[in-house]
Design a protein around this ligand. Structure first.
Ligand code: BF8
Ligand code: SF4
Length: 626
């Protein structure tokens, strides 16, 4: 039985009662204070990039002081938003490259997937014959780091794309060059007195996003796999009920697995468990929030406490000894909130420093030592719990996660009766699609946003799609919404149409496949690239679409741009800040198709959004005659 959104909400209401008792603030209250939002901001028509402004466009004032019109302002704001997201994902990827560069035999970080390292070495042209694996690792890491600032050429991983899409991108000047260059060029273009032509600004938005998806994010994923292992199917659990009132609860939150992996490692250490017992607990439970949760769930089966809008709930249980964070999507609210409880709010990255937190600076060199200190701090904090405030909602669902591209290919190997040698390729999946057993696939990604009743859009859309024999790959907070509802339990096959149900039974998979964190959307890009190559079709011809129904972050816009840039139609349930410009809206929802083969659809009505995706998938099938 699925957990309904009403049940989620009842559990949250109960936790907010605890919050009220201790005088805690909550996002639910802050949303009320911020509503209605500024109309100028919402439409993207406020410009404050120079000190002659800020300028706001109205019917009476159709141009800023410099003469920029509304289309230029909206386009510039959109490009800056994208650059913020691309920089963020890519800097995460860069950190992982540095971690790999520090990996050594017997050190804090080691190579766990040498086969993947060798594959990457080949791609980057790094010699492997007769060399020590760590020498290779360091050279590959350096080659990866060079992608950020290389003076000539395009991103290396573009070679993974089918020729048709790559050529289209090069022809339209959308192929990403050095990652940092795309971000810097975007900031240059949006400076006062540079670009104000919507076409140029939207083109650069796509190219900058492509530098993320086929550059920084893809390196983040690949190098994380080398360091921590490529995910394989593994069982876990999801929702707040994974926290354990008898145990020391450590919650990892953020994005970079270099931190969370180490915390998990030390929380598993018998010496630490013994210490926890000495302090009166029965053991240690690590659970996760946001993408770092996805990382450790995919590789270790660490349970997922919740997604983005659940982060305050974790503290409100009164049973969280420490919430340990690295970067991105962390509410500054956690500082003051943790002060209402005994919870230690531990920040670890110079990139994300926050008031009311304990800052323990984490680096590859001190990772072991500091992870141990953090776990100890949490254990020693157990005695400070206020028992009268402890309430963990008794809700959790089983989930099978860990569907990397490699795992999907392997799992689906057995689903067809085909005589040809198709193992190790995406051909079995293609056969399911071509025969109509599966109608297509949807990549469900992205955040929560209070503008949408949290998780409903993710869950309702997934239910609708699987009932229509559309298989889902999910990542980020969307994947966690699915897991918490029960859609990653293999028994969810009973909610599917006959075709998808059959595939789930034959391959022993749930109908919603967890592909990882948001940087792991790069796994989805590799999957569609393989599907296109194995079928001889263009990516834009495949019956595949992307969807972010509750997105909120700059990263999500960068992702949207690279998904569209890859040739995949993308459906949004929350409007980007572009409604002030008909020209920018027209480009995003239609004009870009000429440059990339795909475009955006924005629809706030969830039901209509689902219908639109199904219709698009059926149109694509009809167009290729299947
Ligand atoms: O990178 S889905 S709320 S956690 S931004 Fe953030 Fe959005 Fe969640 Fe991961 Ni992605
Ligand atoms: Fe106003 Fe132009 Fe300056 Fe923007 S760049 S704040 S529109 S004068």
């Amino acid at each position: 039985k699925l957990t309904s959104v009403e049940e989620f909400e009842a559990a949250t209401a109960r936790l907010l009662e605890t919050g009220a008792k201790v005088g805690a603030d909550s996002w639910q209250m802050r949303v009320k204070n911020q509503t209605p939002h500024c109309k100028f901001g919402e439409q993207g028509i406020c410009c404050r990039i120079c000190a002659m402004g800020p300028c706001r466009i109205t019917p009476k004032a159709p141009r800023g002081i410099c003469g920029c019109d509304v289309h230029g302002i909206v386009g510039r704001n959109y490009l800056k938003f994208t650059a913020g997201g691309a920089a963020t994902h890519s800097d995460h990827g860069r950190e992982i490259c540095h971690t790999l560069h520090c990996a050594e035999e017997g050190g804090n970080y080691q190579v766990k997937d040498p086969a993947k390292l060798l594959k990457l070495a080949k791609e980057f042209g790094v010699e492997t014959e007769g060399r020590d694996i760590y020498d290779v690792a360091h050279e590959v890491a350096e080659a990866g780091l060079m992608e950020y600032g290389k003076p000539f050429g395009f991103q290396k991983f573009l070679d993974r794309m089918p020729e048709s899409q790559k050529e289209l991108l090069i022809k339209n000047e959308l192929a990403p060059r050095a990652i940092d260059r795309e971000v810097a060029s975007s900031m240059h273009m949006t400076h006062m007195g540079c670009s104000s032509k919507p076409e140029a600004l939207i083109k650069q938005s796509i190219r900058c996003g492509m530098g993320d998806g086929w550059g920084g994010s893809m390196m983040g994923t690949e190098f994380s796999d080398v360091l921590f292992g490529t995910p394989k199917p593994i069982d876990t659990e999801a929702n707040l009920g994974v926290m354990n009132a008898d145990n020391v609860n450590i919650v990892v939150h953020g994005h970079d697995p270099s931190l969370s992996e180490m915390i998990c490692e030390y929380a598993d250490d018998p010496e630490m468990i013994a210490y926890a017992k000495e302090m009166g607990a029965k053991g240690i439970t690590v659970s996760g929030v946001c993408c770092t949760s996805n990382e450790v769930a995919m590789r270790r089966g660490v349970p997922m406490a919740g997604n983005f809008l659940q982060q305050e709930n974790v503290v409100l249980t009164g049973a969280c000894e420490a919430i340990v964070v690295d970067v991105q999507c962390i509410f500054p609210a956690l500082g003051p909130l943790s002060k209402c409880f005994h919870t230690k709010f531990i920040t670890t990255s110079p990139i994300a420093q926050m008031p009311d937190s304990d800052f323990i600076r984490f680096s590859p060199e001190n990772a072991g030592e500091n992870a141990k200190a953090i776990v100890k701090m949490a254990i020693e904090n157990f005695k400070n719990r206020k028992p009268e405030l402890v309430h963990i909602p008794d809700m959790k669902q089983k989930a099978t996660v860990g569907y990397s591209l490699e795992a999907i290919v392997k799992t689906l190997d057995g689903v067809t009766n085909s005589q040809v040698d198709v193992t190790g390729t995406t051909k079995p999946l293609l056969e399911c699609v071509t025969s109509g057993v599966l109608r297509g696939a949807v990549a469900m990604v992205g955040c929560n946003n209070p503008k949408v009743r949290p998780d409903t859009a993710h869950i309702e859309l997934m239910k609708k799609l699987i009932a229509n024999d559309i298989i889902i790959v999910a990542s980020g907070c969307s994947a966690q919404a699915a897991a918490r509802a029960g859609l990653m339990d293999k028994r969810a096959k009973d909610l599917c149409g006959a075709g998808l149900k059959r595939v789930c039974e034959l391959a022993d998979i749930p109908p919603v496949l967890h592909m990882g964190s948001c940087v792991d959307i790069s796994r989805m890009m590799n999957l569609v690239a393989e599907l296109a190559k194995d079928s001889g079709l263009k990516i834009s011809q495949l019956p595949v679409v992307g969807c972010a129904p509750e997105w909120m972050s700059e990263k999500a816009v960068s992702i949207g741009n690279y998904v569209v840039g890859t040739g995949i139609d993308t459906f949004l349930g929350v409007e980007p800040y572009v409604s002030g410009s008909t020209e920018v809206e027209q480009l995003l929802t239609d004009g870009v198709r000429e440059w990339t083969g795909a475009a955006y659809t924005v629809e706030k009505d969830i039901d209509k959004l689902g219908d639109a995706m199904i219709q698009r998938i059926e149109e694509k099938r009809a167009a290729i005659g299947i």
